[in-house]
Structures are given as C-alpha cells and as structure tokens.
Design a protein around this ligand. Structure first.
Ligand code: ATP
Ligand code: MG
Length: 407
C-alpha cells in the first residue's frame, strides 16, 4: 500500500484510534491489481479526524467521511458506521456510527469488498473474503436477497465486479440477483449507466454478459437487457477498443440494434448530448456501410471525409476495425491512405473563401456560395484542379455561370 496512506493509519493508531485500509483497495491489493483509490476506516469520529489532520476536506460529513491530504495524496477516512434503515431500495442518507470494525464490514456488499487491513498487514476478514478472492467468487455478505433489497445498485455492482475480475457469482447470490432484478427500477439511471460503463470497459466482459443474461438484472430497462441478451460478438475483441463510447457502438451493432433504438437507449440512460450524437452517428453510418461490406466493396473514405470530417471518420474506422476484423484486409483502403491522398483536406484549406466567391456574382448571399466552395473542393481533392486562387476563381466563375453542372 502507498507509504503516504500508511502514514495516515499510523498517525491515527498513535493517537489511540483503530484504523484500517478497507474495501476495494484491500481486495485489489490481495489480487495484485493496481490500487486506484485507498479508503481508510477508523473509530475516530469526523471531528477527531479533522483535528488530527488539519489538511483535510470535509467531503462527506453526513456519511462520516473526511478526505485527508497527506504529502499531496488524498485519502477518504470514514468513521465505522452502519447504514440504519434503507428506504426505497436505496442506500440511506443517514448513518449511525458504531464502535467495531466488524459492524462496519457487515454493511458492505460482497465478501471480497468486506475486508479490512491493519498497518501491519493483519487482515480483518469476518466474512471469509480472502477465501472468495482466492476462489474467484463474488458472494453477498449475509442474506443475499436482503442485501439486494436494501440497495438494488448492488445487483449491477455484482455483475460489474464479475466482469472486471473475471470471477464467478456464487449460486445463492446469483439466485437472489435474479429474484430481485425488478428492483433496479428504483435506482437513479445515471448510477446504473456508470456501472454499465465499468462493466463494458472491463477485462472480462464475457463474464459480465453471461451473468447479465442469466440473472436478467437489467429487465426493468428492456432495451438494456436486450443488448446483453442479443450480444453475439466475440466479446474479447472489445479489449482492442479504447473508448467506452466506441464499445457501446460495437455492442449495439453486434446486437442488431437500429440507430433509432440506440438513440433511445442513450436517452434513457441520460448519456451526454455529445455521447448520444456520436453513438447515433456511428450507428447510422454502420448501417449505410453494411451493404458495401456484404459485397466486399471498399469504403469511399474520401467522400465520407468530405461529408463528415476526418475526426468522425476516425471514430468510424475504429469501430469498423472491430466489427469487420476478418475482412480481406488487402482489399481495404484505409482511412489514413485516403486522407493522405486528398490534396485539400478541409473546405477551410481552399485557397479561396466565401467572401471572394461572393464577389464573382451579383446574386444575393445564399446557398450558392457554399455550393460553389464545395464544388471547388471536390475538384481540388482529386488533384484535378490546383488549389491556387487564380485557377479556383476561374473554375468558380464557370460553375456559377452554369457552364459546369453542380455534381
Ligand atoms: P472500485 O474499484 O470501483 O473503486 P470499490 O469496491 O472500491 O471498487 P467503491 O464504490 O469505491 O467500490 O466503494 C468502496 C467500498 O465501499 C466497497 O469496496 C464496498 O465495501 C463499499 N460499498 C460501495 N458501494 C456499496 C454498496 N452499494 N453497498 C454496500 N457496500 C458498498
Ligand atoms: Mg473504490
């Protein structure tokens, strides 16, 4: 564990408090996985913690959490607590402090997340989490069904951990997931989406998909459940996709979603406007390109770049690479090659602009200016016309005066 975090534990211990590393960081440390955030739990109350660590941020006092700064690093220090009464199948906003670390561990979701570790590496493991870590098993702490009824987000967390860690879900826990799946409707959709993002963007999505199908945890969001049920692709290929948005597109397309359904799902999950637009655009393009691909024809990237810009085409190429990976690659003209060949890559690079075109005619300002620029661009792209203002203006005059038809 990080030396800076150890200093925080040591200081609390030196002042007579109990203090432990707890939760995900202990799990990940035992699994030799990178530890990304370190949580500490203690019997010190927030007031004591703030006094002991003047450099702090009171990030979640109502939950008993103080963020402590130590040598430039931030650690969440939380007082041992239970969660009181759960309402509406969500975690409560009120908490109760307790004296024993074991009581604090009992409120946690899965045994692998319910371990605490002392400064001297002694493990506090009342629910046999280490055994489950070693056996690669996800098991609810205590009565699984009750735990999912307390907080239905745990349904998705369980499948997400299976997906990230490549673990199995223990039978009772899995059965309880299936039984309580309808409760997910009570959870804010943003939180479900964040868990889904982690699930999709994980090392073992095949596991996540397997359990999502078996337990039907997403049944209260039918389109989402459909995405998991209908997925036919080789999920390991998702690993080669960098961005989670592109992963969504690959999955949606592989599950035979239309672009309209994809957009509906984005909206339901309250994705950002930009994410929704990217996903919808890519789904539309994939559908347009599918017939070409079926006939083993190559893609006219030049035309696509002209229509949508290079950035969006890069996005498109990335998802195509995954979906059509077993293509005849020697036949494929890459986007890069097409872009390299374009003498003028954007309309802005043309040696003339709209104001110069406007002077060529007495007509009022209107779409004709843009049309002329596009005509010039099309001819310069192929190298047929030089990108020099004199040549362009002559060609533009011809075009405006009707000697050349607009393509
Ligand atoms: P991650 O790698 O995503 O950070 P994590 O296990 O650390 O995984 P966090 O959301 O950071 O997950 O939560 C920290 C710890 O708090 C968990 O390990 C678990 O012990 C507890 N916890 C978090 N969310 C819940 C929940 N919904 N129900 C019960 N315990 C939870
Ligand atoms: Mg964490």
């Amino acid at each position: 564990m990080k030396e800076e975090a150890k200093k925080v534990l040591k200081k609390l211990e030196e002042h007579g408090y109990e203090a432990y590393f707890v939760g995900g960081c202990v799990r990940d440390w035992l699994l030799h996985r990178p530890v990304h955030d370190i949580d500490i739990c203690t019997n010190a109350h927030p007031g004591d913690i703030m006094k002991l660590f003047p450099d702090h941020i009171p990030t979640g006092l109502q939950h008993g959490t103080v963020t402590v700064k130590q040598d430039g690093y931030l650690f969440e220090v939380t007082t041992f607590r239970t969660e009181g009464v759960y309402e509406d199948f969500r975690r409560p906003s009120e908490v109760t402090y307790v004296n024993e670390v074991v009581e604090d561990l009992a409120r946690r979701d899965f045994t692998i997340n319910a371990m605490a570790m002392k400064y001297n590496k002694e493990l506090i493991d009342p629910f046999f989490g280490l055994e489950d870590v070693n056996d690669h098993v996800i098991r609810a702490v205590g009565d699984a069904s009750r735990r999912f009824q307390e907080d239905a987000l745990r349904l998705v967390r369980g499948v997400r951990f299976a997906s990230q860690l490549g673990f199995q879900i223990e039978d009772e826990t899995r059965k309880a997931m299936r039984d309580n799946a309808p409760l997910l409707i009570h959870i804010a959709v943003e939180r479900v989406r964040e868990e889904c993002n982690k699930l999709i963007d994980s090392r073992h999505p095949d596991k996540g998909f397997q359990f999502a199908k078996q337990t039907k945890i997403f049944q209260s969001i039918p389109l989402l459940q459909q995405l998991f049920d209908q997925s036919t692709m080789h999920l390991w290929r998702l690993q080669t996709v960098e961005s989670v948005i592109h992963k969504w597109v690959v999955l949606l397309f592989a599950a035979d979603f239309s672009w309209e359904q994809s957009r509906e799902l984005c909206r339901y999950l309250k994705m950002s406007r930009k994410e929704e637009e990217t996903i919808t655009f890519l789904m539309q393009q994939l559908m347009l390109l599918q017939p070409l691909w079926d006939q083993c024809q190559s893609i006219d990237w030049t035309r696509l770049i002209m229509k949508h810009g290079l950035e969006r085409c890069y996005d498109l190429e990335k998802v195509l690479d995954v979906l059509w990976w077993n293509d005849l690659s020697n036949k494929k003209i890459t986007l890069q090659a097409a872009s390299d060949k374009m003498a003028v890559k954007t309309l802005k690079e043309l040696a003339v602009d709209g104001s110069e075109i406007r002077k060529l005619s007495d007509q009022k300002q209107g779409p004709w200016i843009q049309q002329t620029l596009e005509y010039l661009w099309e001819r310069t792209v192929t190298g047929e016309l030089a990108n020099e203002s004199e040549a362009l203006l002559i060609a533009a005059k011809d075009f405006i005066h009707g000697e050349k038809e607009h393509p």
